[in-house]
Ligand binder design. Structure first.
Ligand SMILES: [Zn+2]
Length: 334
């Protein structure tokens, strides 16, 4: 796989030609486009004209649009609340009807296009950190799921079930037996979906978007709460893309480099770095200087690839687009 420099461009109403032209001019070589654009007849020729590869990103368990029509299929947290925040809403991972729906969507996407990369996003259990910055999160802040009646019933007839686990769940305590069952559920979905995608689109490289949290932080929240058993999951994918954006992790660049190295050591897979153009929750804006410094660090350290979030923000920020072009596509245009 050549080293992807990928731009998220998920707006279904964007001007595709302008987007392809800009991405190419700035020096990106891959676009992560909304599948709603896959049936645009001019898409394949535009990608070819501007020398761009296509990346399909599939949101697995975070699906707010689906849950508007099917609210009973939502995941439930340990505090017995809907598994949602202001920006996500999770479906229960045991819900077979939803997974069938997702599979048929994937079949449809891959019938229309053969993306160079397919990534699975939100292939994890729900975790909420109450909107806090990484350095302010305490382990007890974390709300997680799924604890719906369907999951609890399936757990009760599984090999992981113990009386101790039942008592811990009833007392609202963390149960490692239930955590292991929830991790296995994520692994089962991963096995199923990766097998399907490899069958339908054998040339696509498969990437897992994962939390940018090494296993050791926050009482092993990544594995115990989010079900990210990275050692096992890594066996199913070709690369890892920690969602290393500023709202999820420390902004300090050395710390970010350490996190990426730790996840590389944990998974033994190529790691794609992430770069945000602006902070989408607008609490902590990213200056042009910080953007350039992070871009330079990412280009120096990332041997395998880089994803940039996102196209719309670059379009609104000509200074940052110019910085990007200066590093990625530096030839002078008169
Ligand atoms: Zn559930």
């Amino acid at each position: 796989m050549s080293k992807p420099i990928a731009l998220y461009a998920l707006d279904a109403n964007l001007d595709i030609e302008e987007c392809c032209q800009n991405a190419n001019y700035w020096g990106a070589n891959t676009l992560i486009l909304s599948p709603d654009l896959y049936n645009e007849p001019e898409l394949p020729s535009l990608l070819e004209k501007y020398n761009l590869s296509l990346w399909l990103n599939i949101s697995v368990l975070n699906n707010p649009d689906y849950l508007i029509g099917e609210p009973s299929r939502q995941a439930i947290t340990n505090l017995k609340r809907p598994a949602k925040t202001d920006w996500c809403h999770f479906v229960c991972p045991s819900d077979r009807v939803y997974l069938n729906h997702l599979e048929s969507e994937i079949e449809q996407y891959l019938e229309e296009m053969s993306p160079t990369i397919v990534s699975l996003d939100f292939l994890r259990q729900f975790v909420s950190w109450q909107g806090k910055a990484f350095e302010q999160i305490e382990a007890q802040d974390l709300e997680y799921g799924c604890f719906c009646s369907n999951c609890l019933q399936n757990f009760s007839i599984s090999d992981h079930y113990t009386n101790q686990a039942q008592a811990q769940i009833e007392a609202g305590e963390l149960s490692s037996d239930y955590a292991n069952w929830r991790s296995q559920k994520i692994l089962d979905i991963a096995q199923h979906l990766t097998q399907l995608i490899r069958k339908l689109s054998p040339k696509s490289k498969l990437v897992l978007n994962t939390l940018p949290w090494p296993d050791g932080v926050l009482n092993h929240a990544s594995t115990q709460l989010a079900g990210q058993n990275k050692t096992e999951l890594a066996l199913l994918f070709d690369a890892m893309c920690p969602v290393a954006f500023t709202h999820l992790m420390p902004q300090d660049m050395q710390e970010k480099a350490r996190v990426m190295q730790t996840i590389s050591d944990e998974t033994h897979l190529p790691i794609f770095y992430g770069l945000q153009v602006s902070h989408w929750r607008a609490k902590n804006q990213i200056s042009n200087n910080q953007f350039e410094a992070e871009l330079k660090q990412n280009l120096a350290l990332s041997k395998h690839g880089l994803v940039i979030y996102n196209y719309d923000e670059l379009n609104c920020s000509p200074e940052k687009a110019t910085i990007l072009k200066r590093h990625l596509n530096p030839e002078i245009h008169y």
